[in-house]
Design a protein around this ligand. Structure first.
Ligand SMILES: Nc1ncnc2c1ncn2[C@@H]1O[C@H](COP(=O)(O)OP(=O)(O)OP(=O)(O)O)[C@@H](O)[C@H]1O
Length: 259
């Protein structure tokens, strides 16, 4: 059974300027343990699709299941963690305090919280930084802390909306490598939104290419790159460039449709 399955999914926003067809006839199945990137120009519905999975938006047509449940039930079952574009850490709380916040709301014991905080900080290589405040960390470290917060529930699915978009390329490369290691260590299913072709190709087992007005899928690419070993240099290989080329073609085709 796919972990996430969309069938003929549609979402139309009613706005004062008329209806906006943010998602049109989206069909997609994501299997357990996959790393799936969503790529496409601004406004093609990437964030909207992730928000539907997280039950933050309600589709206007079709069906969507998460772990075999409705998105609402999956949210109640804590099936996923969500990482937003900006780290979104509370400045008056320490890093550990930020990670604990959702656990506090759920009524976890102090011992359980401490144990989980330590575990997720180690997972993102921030062991020992729990007592620091967000402003004492670099942008890349803050984003790692926000990933740690999303991991605190140990949910099977991790949804990430352009988590590294605001970071410089060197930091982004490093975090891409670390994210792949984390994915391998944890076996989670990851849904990842990006604008970057190299980032999508480097990280993913499956790349979903989308186009705007109406937001729809133009191509789904199953990566042929090895799953286990992906050094950054793989980006110079002919195989990598061939996949990147196909993504670019998909983006171009979507653009032509728009005109
Ligand atoms: N709450 C809303 N009300 C009305 N329109 C919305 C709403 N949320 C999104 N939209 C519209 O739906 C379309 C898809 O938006 P979405 O944010 O999903 O795109 P995106 O691909 O994630 O873009 P970006 O890369 O800029 O984040 C856009 O045209 C957007 O303006």
């Amino acid at each position: 059974m796919p972990v996430i399955e969309a069938k003929d999914l549609n979402l139309t926003f009613q706005t004062s300027d008329g209806p906006v067809h943010a998602l049109k006839d989206v069909n997609l199945a994501i299997e357990k343990g996959e790393f799936v990137s969503f790529i496409g120009p601004s406004g093609c519905g990437k964030t909207t699709f992730l928000r539907c999975i997280a039950a933050l938006e309600t589709p206007t047509g079709g069906s969507l299941t998460v772990n075999g449940m409705s998105p609402d039930d999956a949210r109640r079952a804590r099936s996923y963690g969500y990482v937003f574009q900006a780290a979104g850490l509370y400045p008056w709380r320490t890093i550990a305090g930020n990670i604990k916040l959702p656990l506090e709301i759920m009524g976890y014991s102090r011992a359980e919280m401490d144990q989980r905080v330590e575990k997720v900080l180690n997972l993102v290589d921030l062991g020992g930084f729990g007592k620091k405040f967000p402003w004492q960390l670099s942008g890349g470290m803050q984003q790692r802390a926000s990933i740690a917060r999303a991991l605190a529930f140990d949910a099977e699915i991790l949804l990430m909306d352009e988590p590294f978009g605001a970071l410089d390329e060197i930091v982004r490369d490093k975090l891409n490598e670390e994210l792949l290691k984390l994915w391998k260590r944890t076996g989670k299913t990851i849904g990842f939104v990006t604008h970057s072709i190299p980032e999508a190709v480097y990280l993913s087992t499956k790349i979903v290419v989308m186009s705007p007005r109406p937001g729809r899928i133009t191509d789904i690419i199953d990566s042929t790159l090895p799953r286990d070993e992906r050094p950054l240099e793989i980006r110079d290989s002919a195989e990598f460039l061939a996949i990147a080329h196909r993504v670019r073609e998909g983006l171009r085709a979507g653009h032509a449709y728009d005109e």
